[in-house]
Design a protein around this ligand. Structure first.
Ligand code: ADP
Ligand code: MG
Length: 319
């Protein structure tokens, strides 16, 4: 199979056909129309075999995840996904693998109304980069820098599921279908992100653990925060682990959650809760921003939790 056959057979018609694509796969560039009054939001993420996923990972799930992690960035700005490009490096042209991978990627692209408009295909160690493009009304994207002191800090979904799954897989222990899906097929919180435009003052997607990612909001906004560990949203299995071991590092500092963390003034809380309910996604208030810099994590009795391991930058002041 030539490179061109491979592209034609697997990547020439992925996702939906969009009216704003003047030219898609097939020429030197794609040509795309950004409507007047919109800003183009662009983000790229790379997944490397052996670093971000096991080389024998189910290819359909991998196709899904490689788009999902980029869409999570668009969600965190409140952007509406529109187009994607794919830079794919594969060790060989394995038809069955390519078919499953493109089905996973194309399925998620179709779900969010995205058209795959171009890319690059090369031979080498398995590496997948997906760039996503989204639209947002001018000036309305939610940045990391807009939080002020005294606001509520909220988190969607549950934290630590993917981190626990990875630990179990590495230990050769059994993994429930729910946990496996949380690691291998994350759901980008696109609808929630879009709904929070004009309500959230700052937002980020949680990909490196809540402590680190909330830390980015705090740094960019010039505020500190206090979070209550008992308020963290946890699934059953993570809750059982944390109860048994008091290892709050699992929900605070393991990666791949792809939930949204955002700040809102207290008066926006009811509106955010109503929106989350409409979308059918849980949102929890986990703490508050403060004037004083640093992140403090409080246990039930009001004492400060100290992590067993160091290396989480944002624990350095406070926790
Ligand atoms: P060029 O030589 O200009 O880089 P290529 O031969 O790499 O072009 O690609 C031919 C066409 O196929 C281009 O339109 C490119 O965007 C598209 N393409 C290549 N690889 C992929 C891919 N993995 N997914 C989607 N489109 C791709
Ligand atoms: Mg090329």
């Amino acid at each position: 199979m030539s490179e061109f056959d491979l592209i034609r057979d697997h990547f020439s018609r992925l996702g939906v056909r969009r009216a704003d694509v003047s030219l898609g796969v097939g020429d030197d560039c794609a040509l795309l129309r950004v409507p007047n009054g919109s800003e183009l939001a662009v983000s790229i993420d790379t997944l490397v075999a052996g670093v971000h996923f096991f080389a024998d990972t189910d290819p359909e799930g991998l196709g899904h995840k490689s788009l999902a992690v980029s869409l999570s960035d668009l969600a965190a700005m409140g952007a509406e996904p529109s187009w994607a490009t794919l830079a794919l490096t594969v060790p060989e042209a394995d038809r069955a693998w390519l078919h499953a991978f493109s089905r996973g990627l194309g399925g998620l692209a179709a779900k969010y109304g995205i058209e795959l408009v171009g890319g690059d295909t090369t031979r080498g160690p398995l590496t997948i980069s997906v760039q996503v493009h989204g639209l947002v009304p001018q000036g309305s994207a939610v940045r990391r820098s807009g939080a002020g002191p005294g606001e509520l800090i909220c988190v969607s979904g549950t934290l630590g599921d993917a981190g626990l799954t990875l630990r179990l897989l590495e230990a050769g222990e059994p993994v429930s279908a729910y946990l496996r899906a949380r690691l291998e097929r994350p759901t980008p919180r696109v609808e929630l992100g879009r709904a929070l435009r004009g309500i959230a003052t700052a937002m980020i997607d949680v990909s490196d653990g809540l402590a680190a990612d909330l830390g980015h909001i705090l740094d960019a906004s010039g505020v500190g925060a206090e979070i209550r560990l008992s308020h963290l949203p946890l699934g059953e299995e993570v809750r059982a682990r944390v109860s048994a071991s008091a290892d709050w590092g699992l929900p605070l500092a393991s990666g791949d959650d792809y939930e949204l963390c955002f700040c809102i003034p207290e008066e926006g809380c009811a509106q955010a809760a109503a929106l989350a309910e409409q979308i059918g996604l849980g949102v929890r208030v986990v703490g508050r921003t403060l004037e004083r810099a640093g992140l403090r994590c409080l246990l039930e009795d009001g004492s400060t939790w100290l992590p067993r391991t160091t290396g989480f930058d944002h624990f350095s002041d406070g926790c």
